[in-house]
Structures are given as structure tokens and as C-alpha cells.
Ligand binder design. Structure first.
Ligand code: C2E
Ligand code: CA
Ligand code: CA
Length: 736
């Protein structure tokens, strides 16, 4: 169960996690991407802003140095007061320069003021080469390559374009925007006379005030300036400020914009909600699919169980039995001890089923199944193969153990079973096939067959017992099967016929005949009914045999008006619910009178003392049949049956008659039975009378009727015809 569940929900959960994970990664990546783009855009913007600022500053300076008046006052002659007023004071006031230097045509600093204070020429000599040197050099190069104006233009336009160079340079740990601007004529009224024009150098410190102004213009938060190159620092937005050589000498940095992160922060709650909702949906779906899976697994298990188990008892069915048997046989080589198959068959199941109905039959099977199961240990399989057939597979046992198990099974089945319709005794027979390691070649099919053969032998030997399979049983079984087929054929083609044995009264007058079935086998010769009647009972031919006997005897009875024709009725026949109907139909068919027929039944037919039997017997007597209790004295409770059933006659069993005259006790028993019969107003007949002495003693005791070889063996019907024609008297041969 667990297996399939994870098989279903694991990929589901995995997919859900993957989806959520992917979503989160994509979100973060997009946010980072947006942030990076925003950063690049802002950095580009700031860089252009910085350039604009420089252009701004250069333009401010140009307004003072690109001027004819500046040419006159700085080149033609140096005018210190003009310079202080127009260059120094004006530019500091306009742009807040920190330092302003004016170089004359010879490159001498004629004006040099820092924060409004004159700066010494020593300072200039020391710092100027690094601080102003590079821009000155670049300025002179451009001056050299730019043609000078020669006079005013005819159209009155400007004659010069500004020549200026700017860069960022460091001084004493501070960064400055330094600019070199060439003094030039604007309208050509005053022209530079020297080889080189004067130059104005300015330095603007990039201090807090500068940065604030810049920051507020571009809305940059947290702006500050680093010395050196700090562009590699992560997390910040940068602008590298370069000197003329392109080296970064200072870095402007500020808090970068994080629109992606801001978006993410805003989106995170809805995303979490969506993901949470998704998670809940996934869990609900997983639970539901697990339930569905569990349901499927359960019904699959049920179907599997039903496929190999018997619905009525819950025991393994034939399919599972065969599988277990095969496993046991295959495993024989790995085991030290033998294995056994036990075939089990209930002895009188059919009787219970026919008498009490299928519900009782089912109840019986269930009760027996439970009993058999409790007897078997773990590792022993009890199966129901169908009907009233069960089987056990047991491994690891010796012959002794197998015998003990078989005995236990037989004992268990012999005990009465309480059903809703009352207690029944059925009993069971067990056949055991023991297979040891040496017989590994014996397959499962053969093992089961051997157990069956042994079970049939147990039935033959009187039921309610067990038998081990032996090789010669095969032959016997084969013979029995053959005999079954022969009997079936004989019933069809008249091979079974009737002999009649006369019954005489005290005066030797024939008063009745007992119909006895005869079968002359085409090969084996005459076969005793003591053999073929039980065979017919076992193989389901007893009804056919019984009907055939009744039809013949009923027909013959019509010719023998003064004689009672006694017909043996098997207990199995009696238990047929429709037996009285069958008999009634035969009466009609043959035209016989019920008054002329006596039905011989045994205790077995009365067993169970149930409603159906009582009703059947009442109906038969109502039809006019008389009833004789056969083999009287051999059963357990012959007496009690006499009281409960309307019996007309008792037949004292041959086993009491044979010892008459030799065994005094036998005489006493017979006398007691006769007295009993008289007390109950029943007729009484002795069977198996062979000697005059037995006959004499029976007469002395007062037993009215007798039957036996002394008077006549069972004879063909035509002899009875002759007997009847001759007056119905039998001359008893006188003893020598
Ligand atoms: P049973 O009903 O007790 O029949 C009497 C048996 O005793 C018959 O054996 C008969 O031949 C035999 N017998 C008669 N007189 C003597 C005698 O003086 N000495 C000895 N030793 N035996 C004598 P049979 O015909 O072999 O029948 C055996 C049993 O077969 C019968 O016993 C009866 O139970 C059964 N049977 C015979 N015919 C039928 C039948 O048509 N239907 C049914 N259901 N059972 C039958
Ligand atoms: Ca009989
Ligand atoms: Ca008898």
C-alpha cells in the first residue's frame, strides 16, 4: 500500500516543489535583472550628468577667457587688477572655484589664488606639474594645431571656438575638477600677439557641497566620494572619475536603485499567498489521490483474495491449493523431511444437503471448514476444493506426524455438528499421500491424485477413517472405476435383474418374497449387492438402481396376489425429498397395489429423526405400504426408532440367527426381541435361517416368520411364478 502511495504522491510533490522553486528562482532572477538594468541606466545617466556639469563649468570660464578684452588685458599686457576682478573674483563668485591660476604667454603664473588668498610660486613649482601639468600639455597641443583668427569675420560672428581641457586630479587627498582654458579672441578685434596665448587654470574641489548639489539634481541617495578606484565594490552604484590618462582617481558612489527588489517586496505577499494556496491544493490533491489509490489497492487486494479463496468458507480455493502444493513439492529438495497432501471428503454431506436443504449444507461446510482450520498449524494450508471436498498441504513431517494429523482431522469431523436445524453426524474420510525427498519426481498433480486414491480407499473401508496411499491402490481404484462404468451400463441394458427369496410362516407357507438385486458381470460373473449397492450409492447411481428395482418388483407383485413383496430401500433413497412422489409415480406406472409391497429400511434411513423423514414415512404408510426395519439389532438405537416411527415389522439380523442352538445367549436375545415385537404389536421375521435347528428354536420362541437358505435361496421370478401356481407351499428338507 505504501509503495503505490509514494509512487503516486512523490512525483506530484516533486513537481509542486519544482514549480514553486522555479517560480521563486525566476522571480529573483527577474528582480536582479531589473535592478541591474536600472543600475546601468542610472550610472549612464549620472555619467552624462557629470559631463554636463563639466561642460557647464567650461562654459562659465569661457565667458571670461574667450573675450577680446581678456586678450588685451592678459596677452597684450598683463593687467593685475583686471585679472583679479574679471578672472579671480568673477569666476569664484560664479562657480565657486577653489583655485584660479593665470599663466602669461611665457607660462609664468601671474595670478595664483587659492580660496581668495595668493599662493606662493614655490607651491606652484611643486604641485603644478602633477596637478595642472597633464591638462596644460593637452591644451598646448590643441593650441598648436588650431589656426588663430586674423581679424573680425565679415559676418560679425565669433572667430574662435573654445579650447579647454578638463580632468579630475587629486591633491592632498582631495579630488578636484581641473580645467585649462586658453585665452582667445571672440570677435577678432584684439588678436593674440605672443607665440603662446595666456591660460586660465581652475580647480573645483569635489567636496560635500559639490556632491550635495549634484545629488539633489539627480536625486541620488547616499552619495559620497571615494579616493581611488572603488568601482569594483559590489552593492553600490558607481561613477569612476578619470584623469586625462583615463585612470580612475576618484569614485562617486551612491545607493543604487532597487526597483526589482522593491517590486519583489511588494509582490512577495501575494506570491506567498498563491504558493501557499497552491501548496494546499497540492496537498488536497495528493490526499485525494492517495485515498483513490488506497481504494484501488484495497479492491485489488479484495479481488486477488477472492480469486484464490472460497467465498463460503474463506479458505484457500483450488487455485491457491494447487499453488501451495506446487511450492511444497518444489521445495522438497531443500527440506529434510517429507511433505503430505491430505484429501478430505465428508461422508454424509449429500444426505444433509438433500434432507435439510442447501442452507444447512452451507452451514455444515462452514462449520467443518472452521474445525479443520483450527486443527492445522501455521505452514499447513487447508483448502476447500469444492462441494464437501477439502484438502490439506503440510510440509516438514514424518509418516507419524502425517498419521497424527489425519487422525485429528477424522476425529474432528466425527463429532456432531450443531446446525440451526439441529445436530447432524456426518463424519469424514481422509486420504494421505506422503511424498519424501526421494520422490522429488512426483509432481503436484500426482501427489493430489494419490491423496484422492487413498481417500477413496478410506471410504471403501468403511468411512470415518484415514488411509495412506499405497501403490496397489491404483490398481484397485482403476478396477473400481471400471466397475462403476460397467454398473452404469448394466442398469441401462438389463444386466441388473431381481431374484426373490421366499419368506415363510410357521406352517411353511410362503407369505412373502424379498426382492434382491442381482448383477451378473459379463466378465467377472455374479457380483454381490453388498459390493455394488454401496458402489451405486457412492457414484450417484443409487436412485436409478432403486427405481429399477421398484419398477421390476412392483410389476412382478401384480402376478403374486397373495404374497407381500419386500423391497430394500437404501437410506440415501429415503433421504431424497421427492422419494414418496417417485414411489407414487411408480405405483401408477406399474399398476401395483401398495398393500402388496413392504419397504425394508435400515436405521440409517431414520437417522437424524428429522421432519422430512417423518413426513415421508407417514406418506408412504398412508399410501398403503408396510414398513420393515431391516438388520434389526445391529444398530445403536433400534428400540428407540420403533417407538418414534410407525414400523410394521422387524427383521432380526442374521448375526443373531446364525449362532442359534450353539449359543444360549443368542437364543435369549432373539427371544427378547420377539417378546418386544409382540408387546408393540409388530410382526417379526428371522433372516438367514439355514438349519432345521435354527428353525425349530425360532418356532419355540414364537417367531412367526422366517427367511433363509433352509427354505430357498433367492431365485428368479419365474420360479416364484411356479411356486405361486403350485399353491405357495415350501417343503422344508428334513435334517439328516
Ligand atoms: P439384506 O437386505 O439383509 O438381504 C438379505 C441377504 O441375506 C441377501 O444377500 C440374501 O441372499 C442373504 N441370505 C438369505 N438367506 C440366507 C441364509 O440362509 N444364509 C446366508 N448366509 N445369507 C442368506 P444379498 O442378496 O447378497 O444382499 C445383500 C444385501 O444387499 C442385502 O441385505 C441388502 O442390504 C442389499 N441389497 C440387495 N438387494 C438390494 C436392493 O434391491 N436394494 C437395496 N437398497 N439393497 C439391496
Ligand atoms: Ca433386506
Ligand atoms: Ca437383512
Amino acid at each position: 500500500m505504501k509503495r503505490i502511495e509514494t509512487r503516486l504522491s512523490a512525483p506530484l510533490a516533486g513537481m509542486a516543489m519544482l514549480t514553486v522553486g522555479l517560480l521563486v528562482v525566476v522571480l529573483f532572477m527577474s528582480a536582479a535583472r531589473v535592478d541591474r538594468d536600472a543600475l546601468e541606466h542610472e550610472q549612464a545617466l549620472v555619467a552624462r550628468g557629470m559631463q554636463a556639469k563639466v561642460v557647464d563649468i567650461e562654459r562659465t570660464i569661457w565667458s571670461e577667457v574667450g573675450w577680446d578684452e581678456a586678450v588685451e588685458h592678459l596677452d597684450h599686457r598683463y593687467d593685475p587688477s583686471w585679472a583679479r576682478e574679471n578672472i579671480g573674483a568673477y569666476l569664484v563668485g560664479q562657480a565657486g572655484f577653489d583655485q584660479i591660476v593665470v599663466l602669461d604667454h611665457a607660462g609664468r603664473p601671474v595670478f595664483n589664488e587659492r580660496l581668495g588668498q595668493p599662493v606662493s610660486s614655490a607651491w606652484y613649482d611643486r604641485h603644478a606639474p602633477t596637478f595642472f601639468g597633464p591638462i596644460l600639455d593637452r591644451l598646448r597641443q590643441r593650441e598648436a594645431t588650431t589656426p588663430r583668427p586674423t581679424g573680425p569675420r565679415p559676418d560679425g560672428d565669433m572667430v574662435s571656438r573654445p579650447i579647454q581641457v578638463s580632468a579630475v586630479e587629486r591633491l592632498d587627498g582631495d579630488a578636484y575638477l581641473v580645467t585649462a582654458s586658453l585665452v582667445q579672441s571672440d570677435f577678432g578685434k584684439a588678436l593674440i600677439r605672443h607665440a603662446r596665448a595666456p591660460v586660465v587654470l581652475t580647480a573645483l574641489k569635489l567636496d560635500a557641497a559639490f556632491l550635495d548639489g549634484f545629488a539633489s539634481r539627480f536625486l541620488l541617495p547616499g552619495v559620497h566620494l571615494h579616493s581611488g578606484d572603488a568601482t569594483a565594490q559590489a552593492d553600490d552604484a558607481h561613477l569612476g572619475l578619470r584623469n586625462l590618462n583615463g585612470q580612475i582617481v576618484a569614485t562617486l558612489d551612491w545607493q543604487p536603485p532597487h526597483p526589482g527588489q522593491r517590486l519583489l517586496r511588494k509582490a512577495i505577499l501575494p506570491i506567498l499567498l498563491v504558493v501557499g494556496g497552491l501548496g494546499v491544493a497540492v496537498i488536497v490533491f495528493a490526499r485525494r489521490s492517495r485515498k483513490i489509490a488506497e481504494g484501488l489497492i484495497a479492491s485489488e487486494a479484495r479481488a486477488k483474495h477472492m480469486a484464490v479463496h472460497d467465498a463460503l468458507t474463506g479458505l484457500p480455493n483450488r487455485v491457491l491449493f494447487e499453488e501451495r502444493l506446487r511450492q511444497a513439492v518444489d521445495g522438497l529438495s531443500r527440506r529434510r523431511q517429507a511433505m503430505a497432501v491430505l484429501a478430505i471428503d465428508l461422508d454424509r454431506f449429500k444426505a444433509v444437503n438433500d434432507t435439510h436443504g442447501h442452507a444447512a449444507g452451507d452451514e455444515l461446510i462452514q462449520a467443518m471448514a472452521k474445525r479443520l482450520q483450527t486443527l492445522c498449524r501455521a505452514g499447513e494450508t487447508v483448502a476447500r476444493l469444492g462441494g464437501d471436498e477439502f484438502a490439506v498441504v503440510a510440509v516438514d513431517l514424518e509418516p507419524k506426524g502425517a498419521a497424527a494429523l489425519a487422525e485429528r482431522l477424522v476425529q474432528a469431523m466425527s463429532a456432531p455438528v450443531e446446525l440451526s436445524c439441529g445436530a447432524v453426524f456426518v463424519g469424514g474420510s481422509v486420504g494421505v499421500a506422503l511424498i519424501d525427498r526421494a520422490e522429488g519426481h512426483v509432481g503436484a498433480v500426482e501427489a493430489a491424485r494419490r491423496a484422492d486414491v487413498a481417500m477413496y480407499r478410506a471410504k471403501e473401508e468403511g468411512r470415518g477413517r484415514y488411509c495412506f496411499f499405497e501403490a496397489e491402490m491404483d490398481a484397485a481404484l482403476k478396477a473400481r472405476r471400471g466397475l462403476e462404468a460397467d454398473l452404469r451400463a448394466a442398469l441401462g441394458d438389463g444386466g441388473v435383474w431381481l431374484a426373490y427369496q421366499p419368506q415363510v410362516d410357521a406352517n411353511g407357507r410362503v407369505v412373502g418374497v424379498e426382492a434382491l438385486a442381482r448383477w451378473t458381470h459379463p466378465v467377472k460373473g455374479p457380483i454381490s449387492p453388498s459390493a455394488f449397492v454401496p458402489l451405486a450409492e457412492d457414484c450417484g447411481l443409487i436412485d436409478e438402481l432403486g427405481r429399477m428395482v421398484m419398477r421390476r418388483a412392483f410389476t412382478d407383485s401384480r402376478r403374486w396376489k397373495g404374497l407381500k413383496v419386500a423391497v430394500n430401500v437404501s437410506a440415501l433413497q429415503m433421504k431424497q425429498a421427492d422419494f414418496p412422489d417417485q414411489v407414487a409415480a411408480l405405483l401408477v406406472e406399474t399398476g401395483a397395489r401398495a398393500k402388496g409391497i413392504e419397504l425394508e429400511i435400515t436405521e440409517g434411513a431414520l437417522l437424524g429423526d428429522d421432519e422430512t423423514t417423518h413426513r415421508a414415512i407417514a406418506r408412504l404408510r398412508a399410501m398403503g405400504f408396510s414398513l420393515a426395519l431391516d438388520d434389526f439389532g445391529t444398530g445403536y438405537s433400534s428400540l428407540s426408532y420403533l417407538r418414534r416411527y410407525p414400523i410394521d415389522k422387524i427383521k432380526i439380523d442374521r448375526s443373531f440367527i446364525t449362532p442359534l442352538g450353539e449359543d444360549e445367549e443368542a437364543g435369549a436375545v432373539v427371544a427378547a426381541i420377539v417378546r418386544l415385537a409382540k408387546a408393540l404389536s409388530l410382526s417379526v421375521i428371522a433372516e438367514g435361517v439355514e438349519t432345521n435347528q435354527q428353525h425349530r428354536q425360532l418356532r419355540e420362541i414364537g417367531c412367526g416368520q422366517a427367511q433363509g437358505f433352509l427354505f430357498s435361496p433367492p431365485t428368479p421370478a419365474d420360479r416364484i411364478d411356479a411356486l405361486v401356481a403350485g399353491g405357495g407351499r415350501i417343503r422344508v428338507p428334513v435334517e439328516a
